[in-house]
Write a protein that binds this ligand. Structure first.
Ligand code: ASP
Length: 374
């Protein structure tokens, strides 16, 4: 683009739709004493899209199918379904994997972690497309392991496959990109965009297996979309008490290997024998207890006798485990830690991160204290 006194070059292919802001005003261009024209060129925000799969990247056999579909759409094809956003941001995309989120493992989590950390310095926002089943786990993991600084990292999924009538994926993705590109999203850490709502990845939970309004967060939605405007209810804030871990690969390793931690589900007539079945295979155990930490007394006693950390979480969707409800050892220090507000699957990731750092019981307890457990 050239005129008499101003020349602007751009790396954006679609110059016609690009937006340029000349801070000093285009008619009155400030000139330094030497007479050389100066201008300021603020480019569009650069957004990186990382594709990982999920229903948002799935196809069914006909437009009425909303179950039994398969991941079959690349991130490039997915981006073709959304309206033109070349006037809002510059996009780059990368396919990290294309799987149902039930198949995400440590190796793929590490790929996502690398995809995020490699883009932190060069992009203004990151969007990650992901299956909704385990999206909250990956979002929690990224919030706990990446110092995001000011950069928004926005997870997005969908509940209907791309082929269905009223597929929600394209709108959710479109909104996620607008969130990532919006300056008001800075300083908020890991966000989730689904069904017009913006929420914190640290606390979000999938609460409905089928509905479009699948995600719920008792800690409050951060914002909303109306007519594709981003509306935040609060100024930027990050999750209170979120412990940041620095991931380290073992010498010679090319991917992460976390200490194994399992989750057991509490129920009426739960037998302590269940603990015997798993204890030798895991470095830590998370229990989805009944209510706010209830388990049969024999199970409490068995768990107290273990020489490894046991996190008491809850099978109830909401609420928390207060430390006052934990069983007490007859002597010595306890190996049982309250999960606070974290659900079992997030507690599992937090315990794995703590074990990977070789945290002792007290250090691990301190980490959970950040979310009012410990
Ligand atoms: N099965 C899907 C997944 O990858 C569910 C979804 O994305 O909504 O998690």
């Amino acid at each position: 683009m050239v005129n008499d006194s101003l020349e602007i070059t751009t790396i954006c292919d679609d110059v016609g739709h690009s937006k340029f802001t000349i801070e000093s005003g285009s008619s009155e261009i400030e000139r330094p004493a030497c007479g050389t024209p100066i201008y300021q060129h603020r480019s569009l925000p650069r957004i990186k899209i990382l594709g990982t799969g999920g229903t948002i990247a799935s196809k069914g056999t006909d437009s009425s199918q909303t179950a039994g579909y398969h991941v079959d759409l690349t991130i490039e094809e997915l981006l073709d379904c959304i309206p033109d956003i070349s006037s809002v941001c510059e996009l780059e995309y990368e396919q990290l994997c294309n799987v149902d989120s039930k198949d995400l493992n440590e190796e793929l989590l590490f790929k996502i972690y690398k995809g995020v950390t490699d883009s932190l310095q060069t992009f203004d926002g990151i969007v990650i497309t992901h299956g909704t089943d385990t999206l909250s786990e990956t979002a929690f993991f990224i919030e706990s392991s990446v110092d995001t600084g000011e950069l928004p990292i926005v997870f997005v999924g969908s509940m209907r496959p791309s082929t269905s009538v009223s597929a929600d994926g394209p709108m959710n993705l479109y909104q996620a990109i607008l969130i990532a590109a919006n300056p008001k999203s800075r300083g908020r850490g890991v966000l989730v965009s689904l069904n017009d709502q913006i929420s914190a990845g640290y606390y979000i939970t999938k609460t409905n297996a089928n509905s479009l309004d699948s995600f719920n967060v008792r800690q409050g939605y951060l914002g909303n979309f109306v007519n594709n405007e981003v509306h935040y209810y609060y100024p930027p804030v990050k999750p209170q008490g979120c412990h940041k871990f620095k991931l380290k690969l073992a010498p010679g390793a090319t991917t992460l290997k976390f200490p194994p931690v399992c989750i057991l589900y509490g129920h009426q007539a739960m037998s302590p024998d269940l603990i015997d079945l798993v204890v030798d295979h895991y470095d830590g155990i998370v229990i989805a207890t009944m209510g706010a930490g209830s388990l049969p007394n024999e199970v409490n006693q068995k768990l107290l006798s273990l020489n490894k950390p046991v996190i008491y979480s809850k099978r109830s969707m909401d609420g928390m485990i207060p430390t006052a409800n934990l069983p007490k050892p007859l002597a010595g220090t306890s190996n049982i830690i309250a999960s606070g507000y974290l659900n079992p699957e997030k507690s599992r990731i937090l315990l794995q991160l703590a074990l990977a750092e070789n945290y002792c019981m007290e250090e691990t307890r301190r980490v959970f204290r950040g979310v009012y457990g410990g």
